[in-house]
Design a protein around this ligand. Structure first.
Ligand code: NI
Length: 173
């Protein structure tokens, strides 16, 4: 089966605010499976449904996985809600939808997130470190926000310029 294409900036579909999942159907389970497959293939540690063109409040993460030898243990979060955000921390972030770029982003250092899993059960995640960052980054995708929307206007405009130049060069080839 072909892998789902991951949309890249400046695709306008990345800017949409996603709708809650109303029922966990076979289609939703298939979407989650496809997203995990695409995430590991890249590889990445998180992927949100809008990144594969589905405007649904769902993301997958696996912040423990880092190479071919580690066991895959993806978690699927459906209709996630942040019930606690505390502290501040800064991490160098990247995104599968924002090619050739990383930047430091300030976020909460501790978060508690409540979401449904694929069985429809409510799960509460208390996270710190990379997992807390990843949860916030992926949840942002559900609101149409990319990490480059959280950096300075100057840094962002430099990236946008570079990206447009690259796309123009590719189109001219
Ligand atoms: Ni991302």
């Amino acid at each position: 089966m072909a892998l789902r294409e991951i949309l890249q900036f400046p695709d306008p579909r990345l800017k949409r605010v996603s709708e809650p999942v109303t029922e966990i159907t076979e289609e939703i389970r298939e979407l989650a499976r496809d997203m995990c497959e695409a995430m590991y293939d890249e590889p990445g540690i998180g992927l949100a449904a809008p990144q594969v063109g589905e405007a649904l409040r769902l993301f997958v993460i696996d912040t423990e996985w880092n190479d071919e030898d580690t066991e895959r243990n993806a978690e699927v979060l459906i209709n996630p809600e942040f019930i606690k955000k505390e502290g501040k921390t800064t991490w160098e972030e990247g995104c599968l939808s924002v090619p050739d770029y990383t930047a430091e982003v300030e976020r909460a250092s501790e978060v508690t997130v409540r979401a449904l899993n694929l069985e429809g059960e409510e799960v509460t995640y208390e996270c710190t470190g990379l997992k807390a960052i990843c949860m916030q980054h992926e949840n942002d995708h559900l609101d149409g926000i990319l990490f480059i929307d959280r950096i300075s206007r100057l840094k962002r405009s430099l990236y946008v310029k570079k990206r447009k130049k690259k796309l123009a060069a590719e189109a001219a080839e």
